[in-house]
Design a protein around this ligand. Structure first.
Ligand code: FES
Ligand code: FES
Length: 908
């Protein structure tokens, strides 16, 4: 029996003293605010206080807490009210996905116990061991510094929510631990599942009998192999179902699942992989696109004998003539690596059989697509699958692909018992999709005034062993290859190439961040050749309303790059002047200032990607927004509610939210491609307007009537009149008890691209320009980013605080791409070898929101998720070049690469 005080209460339990405290808190005591992101002391998600000091609960054996005080995030709020630290987090928008939030709160609480007025350095020091992949840390630090402030929270009146920074509607749940992520909620009688994965990048295999294994491990209930999977092929695209749930006779990447073991947790965890009777026959692996394309290279998939999954192509004008007539030409080769999503929440969930249906509770970005894929795999009609998304502890594109869902569904179906599964961190890093590595060659040409005349672009993307989102990348990149500039002559080619690497998939930007590194470096080259300022050459070429894009699309209205550059100009001039002055006296530590611009098509490329929303009103006056868009931390639960509430004419607080449940919401499409604000926002606006119109009709009042919800009635006020709609008299509609329902649907108006890549791929585009200031130690090659000013045209900021938060988080990921992140297959399988930015890596950030309203957008909104990241790496690379003169064309710009470039420059 081990006794200790837990959140101020005496606690005693019978458990082996060697068990991890994190497991005991979560599994035995049900305190799931303590998260497990790595189980290895790397992420800090499990941070709790032990005698008032922060510790990683995953590293503390239970025996060590005997007689001591343990505090978790559940103990912070008293009597259901947030404490002042939690209040400050809520007010500052410091929680995005929220998975790191309890750990951050506990780390901050350890500091505030001894220091009520800490400095920024104190706060950054104490938070240094807790990783956040969403926020860029700035709002978390600000929240800790602002504890005790009496600033009131924002609660706008009916019809005035859009444009205000209301707190996240689901924020309090993230701060108290009430929010349930994929591993936090499960039936008590769940079995566990784990997989055996390939240790080889390419191998054939044979399996023996599992009878011995079952005999040795009585808690092992069943073993699943490919033979158990009804339809063993899935994939994002309807015509490319190339990925098996379990490999059949050979594996195509290290980490591919081969066998699933289902049983008691202790039993299946006790089974060593080597015990499972699999005989491996390793083969030579193809790890690089060049090897995959070499004559005679074996095909990874029979349907693509040349290993080219897909080609993207775009041609506009006459690129040969464009280059021939140019005054200056810049060219270069660029290389980017695999990048890991590193969401703090590993893939997790459970499934259960309910009669002839399967229900899956899991972390996902795309419930309806999951439903249809599981139906395909199981051979069921989609109506027999229910997806209930858990809170999503970060996705960034990585949870657009299936992970735990197929095998827990299959196991639960076969066994008639619920089955749960949580990836370990190494499993997540081995098996999940990555950002596509790119090898790009490009040329940009301009005339004597610096106006762009021609662009030629060729990009090869290593798509790994399976297609995943490779076609999306190959098709999106040519459209964006020019950067956000007007160019009359364009030729762009891309290829997604199969290799024996982990599948590359969707990751914030779908290939555009890689392309931006190329186009922004070449813009700097042209500026140098033409003796133009880097900002001014971009301003000169910025695509504007009325210009035609590379696909021939005339940009009708919102195109705010020039405004972004105008707002950036004073910062740019001051920073460039200051850096150049400082460098006159400093030899070792060189300062530099760079600029990066971007554009990004909102929504899926040239395809229908509708969203539908429903809002219902019950007899007792309860309003519910049935919102099928999954909030992955970016805040769609809040901003979609803001839009719907304004359309309806009620305060946001009147809305209850149901998110993502495929039995209770309509299909809002994927949370990807920065589409939810624009696409689902429009659907929610239409749903709100529909319900409002029905109420106005029932009361026979005009458009301007004010609407007031009461118990069992709605009062509509117009002029001096007050008319009442008696809800009790209305018949119930549907299964939710609603008596009035508003529905809305929006599908962005696009057209297919023709054989030359001409058409209307997106209804609208986001634009941005970011400026980075860096210091480069030319003896060490190390780079410190000191400041970023980010100007973003988002159309309309529905919630400016959340827009800022997205930009901060995007900058953090862009900084990682530029300076430190490189996933090496077979080597980067934990968070101490694969480094992501910590609070100490983050620069000062100034955000400038430019609102060039999009007439098609809900209240003018476009989107911000992906645009936030894209310009950061180019701006940092430009700043390194300004500081040192070296042109880095391969990221990450690690100290060894920068140093090598400096040495090469010195030798020339
Ligand atoms: S789960 Fe404990 S440090 Fe990551
Ligand atoms: S909010 Fe920190 S990891 Fe998502």
């Amino acid at each position: 029996m081990i006794s200790f005080r837990l959140n101020g209460k005496s606690t005693a339990l019978e458990a082996p003293p060697i068990r991890r405290l994190a497991d005991v808190l979560r599994e035995d005591l049900g305190l799931t605010a303590t998260k497990i992101g790595c189980n290895a002391g790397d992420c800090g998600a499990c941070t709790v206080l032990l005698d008032g000091k922060q510790v990683c609960a995953c590293l503390v054996p239970l025996g060590q807490v005997e007689g001591r005080d343990v505090a978790t995030a559940e103990g912070l709020a008293a009597d259901g009210a947030l404490n002042e630290l939690q209040e400050s987090f809520l007010r500052h928008g410091a929680a995005q996905c929220g998975i790191c939030t309890p750990g951050m709160l506990m780390a901050a609480a350890s500091l505030l116990r001894s220091n009520r007025r800490p400095s920024r350095d104190d706060v950054e020091h104490v938070l240094g061991g807790v990783l956040c992949r969403c926020t860029g840390y700035r709002k978390i630090v600000d929240a800790v510094l602002d504890v005790g402030s009496s600033l009131p929270s924002i609660s706008p009146k009916a019809g005035a929510a859009v444009g205000t920074s209301i707190a996240k509607l689901d924020g309090a749940a993230k701060l108290t631990g009430a929010e349930k992520y994929g591993a936090d909620s499960f039936p008590a009688d769940c079995l566990w599942l784990r997989t055996v994965r390939s240790p080889h990048a390419s191998a054939g295999f044979t399996m023996g009998s599992f009878a011995d294994l079952k005999q040795r491990h009585p808690g092992l209930v069943t073993v699943l192999t490919a033979a158990d999977v009804p339809h063993n092929a899935y994939g994002i695209y309807p015509d490319i179902k190339d990925q098996p749930v379990l490999a059949e006779s050979h594996v195509r990447y290290r980490g591919e699942a081969v066998v699933a073991l289902v049983g008691d947790r202790a039993a299946i965890e006790a089974i060593a992989d080597e015990e499972v009777p699999i005989e491996w026959h390793p083969r030579a692996a193809i790890m690089e696109p060049e090897a995959a394309l070499a004559p005679g290279a074996p095909a990874l998939h029979a349907f693509r004998p040349d290993n080219v999954l897909i080609r993207g192509f775009l041609r506009k004008g006459d690129v040969v003539a464009g280059f021939a007539a140019a005054k200056a030409v810049a060219s270069g080769s660029f290389e980017t690596p695999f990048v890991e999503h590193a969401y703090v929440e590993p893939e997790a969930g459970y499934a259960r059989r309910v009669g002839e249906r399967i229900e899956i509770f899991a972390s996902t970005q795309t419930p309806y697509m999951d439903r249809d894929e599981i139906a395909l795999i199981m051979g069921f009609d989609p109506s027999r699958i229910r997806i209930v998304p858990s809170a999503c502890g970060g996705g960034f594109g990585g949870k657009l692909d299936l992970s735990v869902q197929p095998l827990i569904a299959l196991a639960a179906w076969k066994l008639g018992r619920p089955v749960r599964w949580t990836y370990s961190r190494p499993e997540s890093m081995r098996a999940s999709t990555k950002r596509h590595p790119a090898k790009i060659q490009a040329r940009f040409a301009c005339d004597g005034a610096g106006k762009l005349m021609a662009v030629e672009f060729a990009g090869d993307f290593n798509t790994g062993a399976y297609a995943s989102w490779g076609p999306t990348v190959a098709n999106r990149v040519p459209v964006h290859a020019t950067g956000p500039y007007a160019v009359p002559h364009v030729l762009a080619r891309t290829r997604a190439i199969y290799t024996n690497c982990p599948p590359a998939g969707a990751f914030r930007g779908f290939g555009v961040p890689q392309a931006a590194i190329a186009h922004e470096t070449l813009m700097d080259d042209l500026a140098g050749q033409m003796d133009l300022d880097p900002l001014e050459i971009r301003h000169l070429n910025a695509i504007r309303a009325g210009d035609a894009t590379a696909t021939g699309q005339g940009l009708a209205t919102s195109a705010g790059l020039a405004q972004c550059l105008d707002t950036l100009r004073p910062h740019w001039r001051a920073a460039r002047t200051a850096a150049e002055a400082a460098n006159r006296h400093e030899i070792v530590s060189r300062r530099g200032v760079g600029i990066g611009c971007m554009w990004y098509g909102i929504g899926n490329t040239s395809m229908s990607n509708p969203s539908s929303m429903r809002v219902g009103l019950t007899r007792d006056g309860r309003l519910t927004l049935y919102n099928g868009a999954v909030d992955i931390g970016q805040g769609s639960n809040t901003i979609i509610a803001q839009i719907c509430a304004d359309a309806l004419g009620v305060p946001v607080s009147a809305l209850h939210i149901v998110m993502g449940d495929t039995d209770r919401t309509l299909d809002a499409g994927k949370t990807s491609a920065s589409r939810q604000a624009f696409v689902s926002g429009n659907a929610a606006k239409a749903a709100g307007e529909d319900l409002r119109a029905k109420l106005l009709r029932l009361a026979n009042v005009g458009e301007g009537a004010a609407l007031e919800l009461g118990a069992g009635q709605v009062i509509l006020r117009e002029g001096g009149r007050a008319l009442t709609v008696d809800l009790a008299k209305l018949p119930a509609l549907g299964s939710e008890g609603d008596v009035l329902i508003g529905e809305g649907r929006f599908d962005p108006p696009t057209t297919p691209l023709d054989a030359d890549g001409q058409g209307i791929p997106y209804a609208t585009y986001g634009f941005a320009a970011q400026m980075a200031e860096v210091e480069v130690d030319i003896e060490l090659g190390s780079v410190k980013v000191s400041r970023i000013v980010a100007a973003h045209d988002v159309g309309r900021a529905i919630n400016p605080q959340q827009v800022e938060g997205q930009i901060h988080g995007g900058i953090a990921q862009g900084l990682g791409l530029a300076l430190m992140e490189e996933y090496l297959p077979g080597r980067s399988e934990n968070l101490h070898d694969y480094l992501i930015p910590t609070v100490g890596d983050m620069p000062e950030i100034e955000v400038i929101i430019v609102e060039d309203r999009e007439p098609l957008g809900p209240y003018g909104a476009k989107g911000i998720g992906e645009p936030a990241l894209i310009p950061t790496a180019p701006a940092i690379l430009g700043a390194i070049r300004h500081a040192t003169g070296v042109r880095i064309t391969r990221v990450p710009a690690t100290p060894d690469r920068v140093l090598t470039a400096l040495q090469r420059q010195a030798a020339e």
